[in-house]
Design a protein around this ligand. Structure first.
Ligand code: AMP
Ligand code: ZN
Length: 458
């Protein structure tokens, strides 16, 4: 039995049922990190949401193939490696490793393939040659090669350029040479950048002379190699819709002729204190920054999934406090239950009182709704199916619960609990209820088992 996920598609602006085009494996590609420094929690909001999507698909019974690249050559990696006096390879490797450590801390599943741009320069050159041959790209006098946006009639469809008061006819002779350029400026974009002095030793030979590929090209080339002309879904943060994904789409459709991505999945940005994160105002957080303040990666993950991915998320320290409390509450509730492993859960089964949580998640990845269902039904969980449902929901959100902390129970509370137990044993239900209410007023509750009882904070 397969439970399908419905997701909002950036291209059609409608929700779509996610099914593999080949009828077997759901194949998707996510733009990976640019490894010139540690990834920040904004980046991780996007990566964690992609991870939740994969988990929801797999726990729904679907097989997936997840490809995520490493951007290890672009303007920023070259600039900073040259400034650091280190080779590009050595410089980017340290940040790639740090990214992997952070992903592990956040419990993100490893992609099935993680190709790097530097390892695929030949494939990128081949795609440029193809585009030049087909009349979609041209070389400039300095040995750079540009994509001609006027040669692709669908250019701008993904990002709805026409609604942004841009006149493509006026801009088609303009060129953008930097990897990232003005978000509202459509221009012929660079596929191959001729060698410049500031690139140092970072250049490759090509039919147009020495240089390096432009940033947008790597994903198109690696997607063709690992997923083919048509694949199921492409993801990234909302900033990638234009120009990066618009450009990828143009290159790939013009070169390969397939449909390219059947669906597009974009996560809205994370803000800090209501503003864009920035280093200068001290609001750019990495996992290490937060770990120094005593926050675990799992607490950060909880905050990142706390609201719908299509809404911007405002990150605050208060939200971390709330995450800590929520995780402890879940841990207390699940204490003593046998944890079921991810692969086992993927085999499916009755989800008991938590079936609603997975329904929420499968409807446009409503992570907040799924958490609401999880807490809302905690008290009802009793059967084996209920606990399977509980762990399936946790697994789909990628949450790992902390060890439940030892709670200090005040003596008067212990005494009330003991009196209640004795009243119960004596079948004096009225007295037992009275003690229970008194305990509740003091913020405690009692969980009865076969062997005895346990006193817990409410
Ligand atoms: P980069 O390392 O800059 O290539 O970005 C890696 C991923 O993080 C991309 O999918 C970006 O769209 C995404 N991203 C960048 N900034 C944010 C943010 N503030 N919130 C959410 N995602 C972001
Ligand atoms: Zn990309």
């Amino acid at each position: 039995m397969v439970f399908l996920v419905r997701l909002f598609d950036t291209l059609t602006r409608e929700s779509a049922l996610l099914e593999p085009v080949d009828g077997k494996t759901f194949r998707f590609y996510c733009c990976g990190p640019t490894v010139y420094g540690p990834a920040h929690i904004g980046n991780f909001r996007t990566f964690v949401m992609q991870d939740v999507l994969r988990r929801a698909l797999e726990l729904g019974g679907m097989k997936t193939k997840h490809v995520r690249n490493i951007t290890d050559v672009d303007d920023k990696t070259i600039r900073d490696s040259v400034a650091a006096g280190r080779s590009l390879e050595e410089f980017t490797a340290q940040w790639r490793d740090k990214f992997h450590d952070d992903c592990e801390g956040l419990n993100c599943l490893k992609p099935h393939l993680e190709p790097s741009a530097v390892a695929h320069v030949a494939e990128q050159i081949a795609m440029i040659e193809d585009l030049v041959e087909k009349g979609h790209a041209y070389a400039s006098d300095d040995g750079s090669v540009y994509f001609k946006i006027s040669s692709f009639s669908d250019y701008g469809r993904l990002s709805r350029l026409e609604t942004r008061e841009l006149n493509l006819g006026h801009t088609q002779n303009e060129r953008a040479n930097s990897d990232e350029y003005d978000k509202d400026h459509a221009a012929d974009f660079v596929l191959w950048k001729s060698r410049r002095e500031e690139d140092g030793e970072n250049f490759w030979e090509s039919p147009w002379g020495q240089g390096r590929p432009g940033w947008h090209l790597e994903c198109s080339a690696m997607i063709l190699k690992y997923l083919g002309k048509t694949f199921d879904l492409h993801g990234g943060g909302e900033d990638l819709v234009f120009p990066h994904h618009e450009n990828e789409l143009a290159q790939s459709r013009c070169s390969c002729g397939g449909e390219f991505a059947r669906h597009w999945f974009h996560a809205a940005h994370l803000l800090v204190d209501g503003k864009k994160m920035s280093k200068s105002s001290g609001t750019l957080y990495t996992l290490s920054d937060l770990a120094e303040e005593g926050w675990s990666a799992m607490e950060v993950r909880y905050v990142l999934i706390g609201s719908n991915y299509r809404k911007q998320l405002n990150f605050t320290k208060d939200s971390l406090h709330a995450a800590r409390e929520a995780l402890s509450k879940l841990a207390r509730a699940a204490s003593g239950q046998k944890v079921v492993g991810y692969r086992e859960l993927c085999k499916g089964g009755d989800l008991g009182v938590f079936a609603g949580a997975m329904e929420k998640l499968n409807e446009d990845l409503n992570t907040a709704g799924a958490l609401g269902e999880l807490f809302g039904n905690l008290k009802r969980a009793s059967s084996e199916a209920d606990w399977r449902g509980f762990f399936t929901t946790l697994a789909s959100l990628g949450l790992i619960l902390p060890e439940p902390e030892k709670v200090e129970v005040p003596t008067e509370v212990e005494e009330l609990a003991r009196l209640r137990w004795e009243a119960r044993e004596a079948k004096d239900w009225a007295a037992s209820d009275r003690y229970r209410d008194e305990l509740a007023q003091k913020g405690w509750e009692v969980k009865d088992g076969r062997e005895g009882y346990e006193v817990l904070p409410r």
